[in-house]
Design a protein around this ligand. Structure first.
Ligand code: HAM
Length: 416
């Protein structure tokens, strides 16, 4: 019979990679509450209009990447391509703006974009992210950026760069957009068809184009940073100076306009040198008008989201270990109960241990331990029982030592 496979751009996650997922999810839940974020979970599908209005109809995400479908009652629904619009919708709908303080949320979950799959790019991928509402200070922008940067450091992700920009506001952006449109119009014939259309619908999105020729041409286009009004300019200066208090290094990237329409003022991304084409580990920024545009009060927002698959690609194996695995082997069947007792004492202390109840011979047990990828095998033989000791075999280099039972706790502390 023909086998059924997972849809293109999705993947199953299991051992050994699942350990990295569990590690990172635990770290997220342990890290972000330190800034008083509380977890929020929103539905995986929403009315399509939420994303059309929230993200912007001219963005690549809305134009090309949404998984949109009709349900049996002909409702127009979309699998969420991102979570900021959903969190805003949830906060408005549940009146969280008046019920939760401080207004800080974090989330972890799957997102869906119909994009061309490649290394680090999937159709079902996972993000974690944070959103802060009702705080317009530049300092909170810097704190959010710092937390994203520091989190990556905390899980030992190396070789990262922070790119920073300001995309201005409704006061300074119109003049920039007019100049950008005029400049792009002059180069129209050299731009791709998509960019030609964007000139008059949403010229900012020309900067998202991945076509090399368009990138080269748009490098000479006006830069938003030169158009910032006084308020956006001083906000940007304060973000930068607060980032230096946090000791976070950054570069200014005037092309950084993010792929979503809701941003105002601060925009940022953290990329990795080790990832190749899909090098953005995370991105975010300030969005002061989104709550209002989705029918809520005039409340500002700031946040970021990170791609978990991309982080996992770079997660150091050693760091992701949840504790090494111990196999308890017994030399003969009568000693199996001793092995069970020893395993129970390890489980009680939170260690990972395994007893094979089915093989009667030591050699077979060691073979199994190897197959599982065990780190240490504890061996219980007649001699060990008589001398109240345990033999411990390191399964990486096969070195074996024997310790007294009373020394076990100390050994575990030092080695597991
Ligand atoms: P975004 O830049 O569209 O921002 O996505 C954030 C991160 O999700 C990216 O930097 C990347 O690591 C990951 N990502 C995006 N698409 C894919 C994909 N197809 N496969 C794998 N990973 C992917 C947002 O989604 C905003 N909601 C961030 C935000 C929160 N802004 C303010 N608050």
């Amino acid at each position: 019979m023909k086998r059924i496979i997972a849809p293109k751009g999705t993947k199953d996650i299991f051992l050994p990679e699942i350990e990295k997922w569990q590690y990172i999810e635990e770290k997220i839940r342990g890290y972000f509450p330190r800034f008083l974020y509380k977890e929020i979970r929103t539905p995986i599908f929403e009315y399509s209009e939420l994303f059309q209005r929230g993200i912007g109809t001219e963005t690549e995400v809305v134009q090309k990447e949404m998984y949109t479908f009709k349900d049996k009652a002909n409702r127009d629904l979309t699998l969420r391509p991102e979570n900021t619009a959903s969190v805003v919708r949830a906060a408005i709908e549940n009146d969280l703006f008046n019920r939760v303080y401080p207004l800080r949320f974090f989330y972890i979950g799957p997102m869906f974009r119909y994009d061309k799959p490649q290394k680090g790019r999937f159709r079902q991928f996972h993000q974690f992210g944070v959103e802060v509402f009702g705080d317009e200070s530049a300092q909170v922008d810097a704190e959010v950026i710092y937390s994203s940067y520091d989190f990556l450091k905390e899980i030992n992700i190396k070789d990262i760069q922070l790119h920073l920009n300001s995309v201005g506001c409704e006061n300074c952006r119109p003049k920039f957009l007019r100049d950008l449109e005029a400049e792009a119009e002059k180069k129209k014939n050299d731009l791709c068809i998509d960019c030609q259309r964007k000139i008059h619908t949403n010229p900012l999105r020309i900067f998202d184009c991945k076509n090399l020729k368009c990138i080269e041409i748009s490098n000479d286009f006006p830069k938003i940073i030169d158009y910032l009004c006084e308020e956006c300019g001083s906000h940007f200066e304060d973000v930068k100076s607060t980032l230096s208090i946090f000791k976070v290094k950054f570069d200014i990237n005037s092309r950084l306009v993010r792929g979503l329409d809701y941003y105002t003022k601060t925009a940022f991304e953290i990329s990795s040198n080790q990832l190749g084409a899909q090098d953005a580990l995370l991105g975010g920024g300030r969005y002061n008008n989104l709550v209002k545009e989705l029918g809520g009060a005039d409340i500002s927002g700031m946040g970021f989201a990170a791609g978990i698959e991309r982080i996992i690609l770079q997660l150091d194996d050693a760091k992701s270990k949840k504790g090494k695995m111990i196999f308890i082997a017994y030399q003969s069947l009568p000693l199996m109960n001793k092995a069970i007792q020893l395993a129970k004492s390890l489980w009680d202390k939170g260690y990972r241990a395994y007893v094979d109840y089915n093989s009667k011979n030591l050699k077979k047990q060691l073979k199994k331990a190897n197959k599982i990828g065990i780190d240490y095998t504890f061996i219980l033989g007649e001699d060990e029982i008589v001398t109240k000791s345990i033999s411990i075999k390191n399964m990486k280099d096969y070195e074996q030592i024997t310790i007294k039972q009373e020394e076990l706790d100390k050994w575990l502390k030092n080695n597991i």
